[in-house]
Write a protein that binds this ligand. Structure first.
Ligand code: AHR
Length: 311
């Protein structure tokens, strides 16, 4: 009995004893900053020692951080992977060291056995919802669309593009005329939107689909500077539902956004605590909700609520 109790001891670690490494992408967007804040809060609330590493948008920095977490013998690792490919080797290393890995908000192209679970939204579905919104909004009217993609090679950029194309499929009145990365940042969203406006002529663009709100907010600035009315002359649909997007919708400068919760850490840490306590295997995919917000919602109230949460 004693021997089996000793054998079980490492599995039965209490949350307060846990040390967890978190390899975060960086802080390219308001949503990303909120995810970092929520993860720190969730860890603190549970008495977990969270070791945080900001990769400044570079996969090589993430791989270095993960190797350092492995060398330190952490109990588990959280990774928000900047791009989808190139993770096999370092995930194998974590597996060999028997350190469970949980993916946050993005997926990877690697064998499922290399990580415990992934906490993400349905990224393709988010794009579909955005496309469907535009289909309904245009109701058969011709519309030339420009698209601001997220970081090249990242799963949200790939999946949100696919999903949107699926959403507008079969609607010949809708056409994507320009599509380029804005790297999920406000600054690049503005720069790339300026180039779209210059190349197409503002009056020839009917809608903007941005893979996140930050790029949409940057683009709104570019549209205003071009003397056009965002939300009216150019309809705007994006993803994240950060407070600034709710504010822009309330101001009539943006039309729709799809919510991505910044609380990926809650479900991730629940799964890890259960796994480390008694080996409970979580589902391979813990899916978070995606909800559409439009001008029909009380966006100022939601803005205030989210701001109060420290978003
Ligand atoms: O992976 C989630 C995406 O990454 C968010 O939509 C975006 O804002 C962030 O940078």
């Amino acid at each position: 009995l004693l021997a089996s109790a000793i054998a079980l001891a490492p599995m039965a670690a209490m949350a307060a004893d846990l040390t967890i490494g978190f390899s975060q992408i960086g802080s390219e967007s308001g949503w990303r900053a909120a995810e970092t804040t929520v993860t720190r809060q969730e860890a603190e609330r549970r008495g977990i020692d969270l070791k945080f590493a900001d990769a400044q948008q570079k996969q090589e920095n993430q791989i270095k951080a993960i190797r350092s977490f492995i060398a330190q013998g952490v109990d588990a690792i959280l990774i928000a992977p900047v791009v989808a490919t190139g993770w096999d080797e370092v995930l194998e290393e974590a597996k060999d060291a028997e350190i469970p890995v949980v993916l946050l908000d993005r997926t990877v192209d690697a064998d499922e056995s290399l990580y415990l679970t992934a906490v993400t939204s349905d990224l393709v579905h988010e794009g579909e919802v955005a496309g469907q919104w535009l289909v309904d909004e245009m109701n058969g009217e011709e519309c030339r669309i420009v698209e601001l993609q997220g970081t090249t090679g990242s799963s949200p950029a790939i999946d949100r593009k696919t999903g949107f194309e699926q959403g507008i499929e079969g609607h010949d009145n809708l056409e994507i005329v320009r599509s380029q990365t804005g790297d999920f940042t406000r600054a690049q969203g503005k720069v790339v939107m300026e180039s779209f406006l210059k190349a197409e002529g503002g009056e020839n663009i009917c809608a903007l689909y941005a893979h996140n709100d930050d790029m949409a907010v940057g683009a709104i600035q570019a549209i205003k500077e071009a003397g056009l009315k965002p939300g009216e002359d150019i309809r705007i649909v994006a993803i994240d539902a950060v407070p600034d997007a709710h504010k822009a919708i309330a101001d009539g400068e943006m039309n729709a956004t799809i919510e991505l919760t910044p609380n990926m850490a809650g479900p991730a840490l629940d799964a890890l605590e259960a796994y480390l306590a008694d080996g409970t295997e979580p589902e391979k995919w813990i899916q978070t909700e995606s909800r559409l917000f439009t001008a029909d919602d009380d966006n100022m109230a939601i803005f205030n609520e989210k701001k109060d949460l420290g978003y």
